[in-house]
Design a protein around this ligand. Structure first.
Ligand code: AMP
Ligand code: GLY
Length: 425
């Protein structure tokens, strides 16, 4: 089938998805709403108002769309996929009910508990249980993890080293910094983090190359948490044996459980894992691709991605669309605005992308860029994701950092140690 595809989103993740979809033999035409200046190189960017579900459906009808791919969590949590499915469109992205595995940490933890999926021990507190939550945090051994029970743009998790920090975090969450949901308080998991994405059709699934993100702003995993400062794939910490456990103890019981409970998962299941001495447990599930992991996972995936997503969206996953999930290795280095993840400046002129991409193995994904008076300028915290592919991880890292050297904008910050753990191991 020749697909006419609408991709929703505007970040580095969507740039990587757009490139993979546009390169697919079965993609006839790709639109991205709203997209960004980098995505505009791959597809036609359109200003469809994503929050207006009826307007999106109308636009899809007018453009005879055969497949909608939803990138970010917000439209999934708001039920865009349900609205489009009711309108007769095939959607790669979970229903609002299934997206609760990300939009409610409490729902996700209860679901894992019901289906025996390994995760940290926890207690869930509702919006009216502030005193109970504070009392629980006050007596919990440290370190302890406090999570807001709703979407918080990646900022709703506090790993508290002391009881004071834990109690403060609970109080701030109940004071409404993110909204009016309750909290989850859970035990601290030791080990190495990794992400495994599964393309799911509600029943069947296929896993992609395991990846590792770098969440902290500073080298050596120091400083504040960010949306992710770089990634690489494949991540050797996810050995064949670990991946087998992820499949049999995590993905399979989750998909079977969600189907049995009436909300089968269709889309990309993001398993955020902690791996301790070769044993994985779940830190979190997300209902979408990760950013910046997607930039490296797509880079090593050799597949007709449009046909793969379409088959999953239609409940008939076709893994013959995949030639290889781990074709070489890839490294992504995020260039961020000075000040990120706190307040940062915008509007700084960016130069050197063409020079960086002189290496045919390098792609510079746009995350927070804008075009102003013919100049490419910064417009977000994470600005660019410099991604390189190579036969080896070492080669990919060298190419990525050589490309990073070519690019400049005022205040540019990046980590110099992406993938170092894997190279040293
Ligand atoms: P989340 O948004 O749930 O992925 O949490 C953000 C980050 O907090 C994770 O990537 C981990 O680094 C850390 N984290 C969350 N839960 C735990 C846990 N139970 N034990 C240790 N670290 C955690
Ligand atoms: N890179 C982590 C995330 O997308 O949530």
């Amino acid at each position: 089938m020749s697909e006419r595809i609408l991709l929703i989103g505007s970040g580095g993740r969507e740039h990587a998805l757009a490139k993979a979809l546009a390169a697919s033999a079965s993609c006839d035409k790709l639109w991205v709403a709203p997209g960004n200046p980098g995505i505009a190189r791959e597809a036609e960017c359109v200003a469809v108002p994503i929050a207006d579900h009826a307007a999106v459906a109308r636009w899809c009808r007018e453009h005879r769309i055969t497949l909608v791919v939803i990138g970010p969590e917000q439209p999934l949590a708001e039920g865009l996929s349900d609205h489009l499915r009711e309108g007769g469109f095939d959607v790669f992205g979970p229903s609002q009910a299934a997206a609760r595995i990300e939009s409610s940490k409490g729902f996700s933890k209860d679901l894992m508990q019901r289906h025996g999926i390994p995760t940290a021990p926890y207690r869930r507190f509702d919006a009216d249980q502030r005193d109970e939550a504070v009392a629980y945090a006050a007596q919990h051994p440290t370190p302890v993890v406090v999570k807001y029970d709703g979407l918080a743009a990646g900022k709703g998790v506090v790993v508290a080293a002391t009881t004071d920090e834990a109690v403060t975090a609970v109080s701030q969450m109940y004071d409404g910094v993110f909204g009016t949901d309750g909290v989850v308080i859970e035990g601290f998991l030791f080990g190495q983090e990794a992400s495994v994405f599964a393309i799911c059709d509600g029943t069947r699934y296929v896993t992609l190359a395991p990846a590792q993100d770098h969440k902290r702003i500073g080298d050596g995993d120091t400083g504040k948490n960010t949306g992710g400062m770089g990634a690489y794939a494949p991540a050797p910490v996810v050995t064949d044996d670990v991946l087998r456990q992820v499949r049999s103890k995590i993905i399979e019981p989750l998909l079977a459980g969600m189907r049995a409970e009436g909300y089968p998962f269709v889309g990309c299941l993001f398993c955020g894992l902690m791996i301790d001495s070769g044993v994985p447990s779940v830190v979190e599930f997300n209902a979408r691709f990760g950013d910046p992991e997607t930039q490296v996972v797509m880079s090593v995936l050799d597949a007709d991605v449009a046909a793969l997503f379409a088959s999953a969206a239609r409940g008939a996953l076709d893994d013959s669309t995949i030639r290889s999930t781990v074709n070489g290795a890839a490294c992504n280095v995020v260039l961020a605005s000075g000040g990120y993840p706190d307040a940062y400046q915008k509007g700084k002129v960016i130069t050197g992308i063409e020079q960086a991409e002189a290496d045919p193995q390098v792609t510079v994904y746009h995350a927070g860029t804008a075009e102003v008076d013919g100049f490419l300028v910064t417009s977000g915290g994470r600005v660019l994701g410099v991604t390189a592919a190579d036969e080896t991880l070492k080669g990919a890292v060298q190419r990525a950092y050589a490309a990073v050297e070519q690019i400049s904008f005022e205040g540019n910050v990046y980590r110099t140690d992406i993938a170092r753990k894997a190279l040293d191991a």
